[in-house]
Design a binder for this molecule. Structure first.
Ligand code: AVJ
Length: 325
């Protein structure tokens, strides 16, 4: 019997599709210039991100892992047996803590990892099957939106949708509401949602996490230019840009930018696009919101998800929020 099903929801060759890159054209022709953070996560970028998670300055991964280790069995007891849908599963490293908790309670393991990177999805699924002999996996390669649309109702008695790693912070408030209502739509009344979110804290701690002394975050950020060059036949010269990350107090978010070191024109041939930069002009490549715990619980509630319990670390640097439709 098949324990692994892998479904591809994205076009196989986005490189040659006519709609690929429309978001790039939009982002690079407006003022200020932006890119969707998705372009940071090609294979090279995902490797850099794994390295970021190990950095001494980058507290989120470590803090969230501690919280999950401490509270996973409590989470599993609250939800009872359920299938686990994970948005942005990546290497599924932290998820194992949660999966172990369900396993230890003797619950059946049905896991639906969702990720845009099909490569990492398949390799981590195979590894999980080897390590959990009774696990059933239905992996979905695609965007969260596509995958949520595709989900049938739970094959087990209940469902838990989780998004850990702080990915929710990438969404600006309007997109956040839309996204949460989509989650609500994929849950039956009584089913659960688990989210890991980074919280507000003194500015210097946050800024250090995105300006590490080893320069890994800078390399991660600059890699987006190589990715665009490769994907759209471009001529960005990465030595003509520099990494810039700062905490925007008003919006309560980290903003990551690439700053042009001089005035220059860059061409993306496949998009038939010429982009002009003034000296000092930036492209915003990612935002990472730092939430107020009360506000985010309110926002979940407004969108149909009622907070059940909040798990946090002693410093209250990070929170894992369990809520229920
Ligand atoms: C993967 C979006 C949670 O916002 O902290 C890390 C990405 N960017 N360092 C974050 C990131 C720069 C990370 N998320």
């Amino acid at each position: 019997e098949e324990r692994l099903r892998l479904e591809h929801l994205l076009e196989v060759k986005p490189k040659h599709s006519s709609t690929a890159g429309i978001d790039v054209i939009e982002g690079l022709t407006k003022n200020p210039k932006t890119l969707t953070p998705r372009y940071l996560y090609d294979d090279k970028g995902s490797e850099f991100f794994e390295q970021i998670c190990e950095l001494p300055e980058y507290y989120p991964t470590r803090t969230e892992k501690t919280i999950l280790e401490q509270y996973s069995s409590e989470i599993a007891q609250i939800t009872g047996a359920c299938e686990l849908v994970e948005l942005g599963s990546g290497s599924s490293t932290k998820t194992r803590v949660l999966l172990d908790a369900y396993k230890n309670l003797g619950y059946p393991l049905r896991y639906l990892p969702i990720d845009v990177s099909a490569g990492i999805l398949e390799s981590s699924a195979r590894q999980l099957l080897a390590d959990y002999p009774s696990m059933q996996i239905h992996a979905l390669a695609g965007t969260y939106e596509l995958a949520l649309e595709k989900l049938e109702s739970s094959k087990l008695s209940s469902r838990l949708i989780c998004i850990i790693g702080g990915t929710l912070g990438n969404l600006k408030p309007a997109d956040f509401d839309l996204f949460i209502s989509q989650i609500t739509g994929s849950l039956q009344p009584g089913e659960y949602f688990l989210a890991g979110v980074d919280l507000r804290k003194p500015k210097h701690i946050i800024e250090a996490a995105y300006n590490d002394s080893a320069g890994v975050t800078a390399a991660f950020n600059l890699n987006v230019l190589d990715h665009l060059n490769w994907r759209f036949n471009g001529n960005f010269n990465r030595s003509q840009f520099e990494h810039w990350a700062f905490f925007n107090d008003v919006e309560s978010r980290i903003e990551m930018h690439l700053r042009s070191l001089r005035s220059q024109t860059v061409e993306l041939q496949a998009l038939n696009l010429k982009v002009e930069f003034e000296a000092g002009e930036t492209i915003r490549t990612e935002i990472s919101r730092k939430f107020d715990l009360n506000l985010i619980q309110e926002q979940l509630k407004t969108n149909g998800l009622n907070p059940v319990k909040v798990f946090t670390d002693p410093n209250k640097w990070f929170a894992v929020i369990l809520s229920q439709r």
